[in-house]
Design a protein around this ligand. Structure first.
Ligand SMILES: Cc1ncc(COP(=O)(O)O)c(C=O)c1O
Length: 387
């Protein structure tokens, strides 16, 4: 693969320029998809050889190298079959009987996995409010792993990552940051001292709601070797086509995120003036309780907004049903705007209010999105027929 010297390039160039085949005559511009479950070997010992497509795969490598570059790691990322496979891989670093500190309001799959492992007796879980730094620090003594997701899905709470990393180091606790909402274009947890970064690449990285994939990035080479060995044994690997699609999505992530984020900032500000809403959660708003913290550790505030309704769950349901352009569907980070009342999921953490609706802002024209939100607000108020 061609790896142009990336040290002087901006991240928006890195996503486009890196990890392409060598520039030889007639070489393809894009890395090819390699559809092979096995690779030729001659009987000699094969350390470092490909061997078999569950061990390593030429179709994953450009994506793994590009994401490592973006996250500021010297070691290739590890691609997984889904974000949850990546989350599970990070949890597998906890010894049997160990202790994990987890945000009570993190993504429901992550909280669900932690609770299930605790029920099975595999580990102990301490659930904390990630925005309450003292609360998290108090839970660290004797723990093995601190899980951070910042901002959280869907409350958009922001953890003080540098302060928590510093405290975790003092207690010898490994720190994992789920960076799905920020992407490496807005937050680089390894630079803030974290040990492991996890992504649901299904979201902003792939960006088109057509791929399920996860990624793990680590600062330490020995940890990468350990995770790679476990991935081979667990078999939690992505298909070549998924990896190719995710890399294709990554090429436009900077453009997509710039556009969606600008619209999210504008729409959050307008929604704040709506009396039907009891709360608008967006880290870019000055009213967000952790706005200053977010501004200090992130270079942008992302494209997800959560809103809560004065009229409770019923108003929230009417709002979702009243929208035309926003599609009611779970997930986020795609080119198309999605809307979801999160407590429709039985497994959603209780910390999430029943009237909370998550908006994933896509790349449509902002005025069309605003017109749709107004349509939804009229439906929520029961005045849908009015002008
Ligand atoms: C923050 C976060 N982490 C992890 C996941 C799991 O990712 P996947 O759905 O790709 O398994 C999600 C999914 O929504 C998420 O929002």
């Amino acid at each position: 693969m061609s790896s142009a010297d990336s040290s002087s390039l901006h991240p928006s160039t890195v996503v486009v320029a890196l990890c392409r085949p060598e520039r030889n005559a007639d070489a393809p511009l894009n890395p090819p998809i390699v559809l092979s479950s096995t690779f030729v070997g001659d009987g000699a010992p094969a350390p470092g050889d490909r061997v078999y497509a569950r061990y390593t795969n030429p179709s994953w490598e450009p994506l793994e190298e590009a994401v490592a570059e973006l996250e500021g790691s010297d070691h290739p990322a590890l691609a997984y079959a889904s974000g949850m496979a990546a989350v599970s891989a990070a949890f597998s670093l906890v010894p049997i009987g160990g202790t994990v500190v987890v945000p009570a309001s993190a993504y429901n799959g992550t909280v669900g996995l932690a609770r299930t492992l605790a029920e099975d007796g595999a580990l102990s879980v301490r659930e904390v409010d990630p925005a309450n730094t003292e609360d998290v620090i108090a839970a660290l003594p004797g723990a093995d792993l601190l899980w951070l997701e910042s901002p959280t899905n869907p409350l958009l709470d922001v953890a003080d990552v540098p302060a928590l990393v510093a405290a975790a180091k003092q207690h010898g606790v490994l720190v994992v940051v789920d960076n799905t909402f920020s992407t490496p274009l807005r937050q680089r947890p390894l630079e803030l001292g974290a040990d492991v970064v996890v992504h649901s690449a299904t979201k902003f990285i792939a960006g088109h709601s057509d791929v399920l994939m996860g990624l793990v990035v680590v600062a330490d080479g020995a940890l990468r070797t350990r995770l790679a060995g476990r991935r081979t044994l667990a078999g939690s690997v992505p298909g070549p086509f998924e990896a190719w699609l995710a890399l294709r999505g990554l090429r436009t992530m900077a453009l997509r995120l710039d556009r969606a984020e600008a619209s999210a900032a504008e729409l959050a500000a307008r929604l704040e003036a709506e009396s039907a809403l009891s709360r608008v959660r967006y880290p870019g708003l000055a009213s967000h309780p952790h706005h200053a913290r977010a501004a200090a550790q992130m270079s942008g505030f992302g494209a997800v907004i959560s809103i809560e309704f004065e009229g409770g769950e019923d108003a929230a349901v009417r709002f979702v049903r009243g929208l035309d352009l926003f599609t009611p569907a779970t997930s986020l980070g795609g080119v198309e705007s999605l809307v979801e009342r999160r407590r429709r999921h039985p497994g959603e953490p209780e910390a999430v209010p029943v009237s909370l609706v998550r908006l994933s802002i896509g790349i449509e024209h902002v005025e069309d999105l605003w017109a749709d939100l107004q349509r939804g607000l009229r439906a929520a108020a029961g005045t849908a027929g009015a002008a």
